[in-house]
Design a protein around this ligand. Sequence first.
Ligand SMILES: [Ca+2]
Ligand SMILES: [Ca+2]
Length: 523
Amino acid sequence: MKKAICMLAALALTAAGIPAAMGETAGEADHHRVFYEIFVGSFSDSDGDGTGDLGGILRRMDYLNDGNAESESSLGVEGLWLTPVFRSPSYHKYDVEDYGEIDPQFGTEEDFRALAEKCHERGVLLIMDLPLNHTGSGHPWFREFAEAHRKREESHPRYNWYTWIRAGEPVPAGRRFMPLEGTDILYECNFSDDMPELNYDEEAVREEAARIGREWLEKGADGFRLDAAKYLFLGDAEKNVAFWKEFTEKLREVKPQVYTVAEVWSGEAETNRYVEAVNCFRFSASQAEGAIATAARGGNISKYVKNTADYLETLAGIRPDAMHIPFIANHDTDRAAGYLPAAGGRAAMAANVYLLTPGSPFLYYGEEIGLKGSRGGAATDANRRLAMRWGDGDTVRDPEGSDYANQTEATVAQMLAEEGSLLNHYRRVIAARKAYPEIARGSYEPLAFEGTKAGGFLCSWQGQTSAVIHNTTGKEAVLDIREASGREFTEIAEVLGVSPGREGAALEEGVLTLAPQTTVILR
Ligand SMILES: [Ca+2]
Ligand SMILES: [Ca+2]
């Protein structure tokens, strides 16, 4: 069955199909872009103390996006997600002690403003990670909350700022509470003892959360990645959705085009409930056993395409401008190099599969060089957040607590110089995604082929139709595109294979012959 799903139509494009610079005027924002997740402390170190920082990111802007659409040395990503940058005692900074201040390890507010300005000069959106479910236990709010309970001062303004129960009361199912020293209460802490959870039944907390968001939008952020979005009212999706709706409406008062993406780490049945209020990552397709990796390993691409078409249709049915946000790995998952080795071409195939789709795919820093890192025997997430390998003297070091020993020797410097490298492949795929804007913005119509694991889809936007056809297998594929699509394609616009020597495609009489591990864009 063929379906055409109309994703977001959109805005002003320049002749080259590059989104026009984002203003703060009302209207449709072009969010159909590739975002790059930066684990800030591990990315690039500008001051020699071994910890990545905002100055390091600024220094690496040419690597990320040098402002030149024809660039051969820049990835060309058009959005950055920074993991939390607020003052916090940990290396990961998800335990915030002051939402108004940039952590001194990472820099200053001036550094943040300078980075935002540089991003905007180059048409790059900058989104911040907002961990709002919990603070660090060192946050003054939590100290005041604890003090209020020690003194049994019910009228204290912070008395209900965190979720708590009295000792002896039943602990709500599926949630975790710990005793608060010097009191007869327990406070909620589903992630860890030092991450007490804010109480979103308290109006002042809801207002403070929105105030924080608006403040950083005014300082230059374009939006937020919403951490632990289902944990605010754990087990109560309805209340969570109502909160995120109210929250994003308040953000839009400051920036009508604000970009949001929520971490709702669940199956689609649950994430789809949140789509009404916020965009959600497509967790269901991520990681080793997800649809992207399965397809990239040579699995049946038609299954992935069908799955994606169904998902897009569901999203559009919930909210017409909901974004499709696929990714393969992030800072909380094992890195793809562990299950899709760069050497076998599977990492490159994964890039083709998840980047050549509608919406705004997210690329986790280092995936483009096949950086390795898994939780491993030490059971530490630090191993998933290892230092970027620049190969040019960057002083950034692996985070505290990491013990991963089998890192790849490949560096950015080496890979930029090597034509067939994974990094250059990522760069080519992102450039192709921009050159054919119907892929990111158009309809998505699966093509059915018999007797092959190769396949793909048609995409149409503003009168232009392309076909994206993947062959992730190790065998040549022969596909009757004319029969499957009922259309006549005349041009192989792009060939994206895993190695320049092996890639190849021919189109004759509507029949496409496609080399192993190769994707083509037909027009
Ligand atoms: Ca530093
Ligand atoms: Ca909570």
